[in-house]
Ligand binder design. Sequence first.
Ligand SMILES: Nc1ncnc2c1ncn2[C@@H]1O[C@H](COP(=O)(O)OP(=O)(O)O)[C@@H](O)[C@H]1O
Ligand SMILES: [Mg+2]
Length: 375
Amino acid sequence: MAKKSTNSVTSSPAPKQDSGSKIMRPDQIKEILDRHVIGQDEAKKTLAVAVYNHYKRIRHNDEAASKVKIDKSNIILLGGTGCGKTLLVKTIAEALDVPCYIQDCTKLTASGYVGSDVEDCLVGLLRASNYCISKAEMGIVMLDEGDKIAKREAGPSITRDVSGECVQQSLLKIVEGDLVGVPPMGGRKHPEQPLLYVNTKNILFILSGAFVGIEDIIAKRIGKSGARIGFCTTEEKGNSEGILEEVSAQDLRDFGLIPEFAGRFPIVTHVDPLDEKALERILIEPQNSLISQYCELLREDGIALAFSSKALRAIAREALSMGTGARGLRTILEKVMRDIMFDAPRKAKEGCTEILILEDDILRKGFGREYRKAE
Ligand SMILES: Nc1ncnc2c1ncn2[C@@H]1O[C@H](COP(=O)(O)OP(=O)(O)O)[C@@H](O)[C@H]1O
Ligand SMILES: [Mg+2]
């Protein structure tokens, strides 16, 4: 009994380390992320800590002993397309073995309008959990294209902003934590339909999006010199790197998130634009990298596939010029590899055992590649 009265306001070491479920440490989470995602250290660290705290909080609040309840901290993940936002979130969910659902926010509208009700994100999460409610209640919902539900600009409007501000309003309760009635098969709620009730208090919401133009809002607020602002807009995304770090709640509000909504996402982090070097690394380094996938495919035909380092650089360079982040890599490789994959099985039959792709093959897309027969 003496032990029980030792509760104090200072932080004493937590009594237990393991109460059934194991929580992965931030460094362990980051290590897994490093295996799949190139760069983005800032986002990796922030996410690792946030996710660790989230699941620690659940355990803490479940153990009723403590008087201090820890608040939920949802996350905003900013940054350009194809830079790894979805990959980060999916990898974390997989590492922690929790269900994850990615909701495209552009599909959401206020209840009663054409489009999906906001509860649809929970329907998706339930589906991802095989309709196990307790599992879903510990899951992750990624609200993708979250910038698209920003409030519409331009003064008082006569029409309701049903896919912007109204959606944010409807999401408030859900992201904060509430018992939400969900039609199990999705679609509109109607009176006769039995609802499943999902408690969202332990669901982690990650709002992500490109938030195009927020750099200018940040720059204006922190009063960066005109040169810097000009730099950002003319040379575009490539130079927003430093400035996204400075993003504040105020900027998100100026962008069009209503204060109550932004307030429920206290953790803000970002992914950086990928440069040529990063793109080159993405081709080969991650587990399951694009190049290793093509190698695996051709191995099935009995052919060893190789790329010269100049060829890899050329792919990265072209992808960079496409401006779609790492997504461009796949587009380019698909084009280059199509003819090669078309011919490979036949060539293998004729005795070809190795195909080397050179820079020229990338630049001229699918023509003039070099086949080499071993021996
Ligand atoms: N930093 C990165 N490291 C490794 N792969 C990446 C990275 N960024 C993007 N990719 C790859 O590019 C594709 C698009 O990435 P995704 O995470 O969907 O981008 P977005 O930021 O638009 O959500 C995926 O196939 C992903 O594997
Ligand atoms: Mg995405």
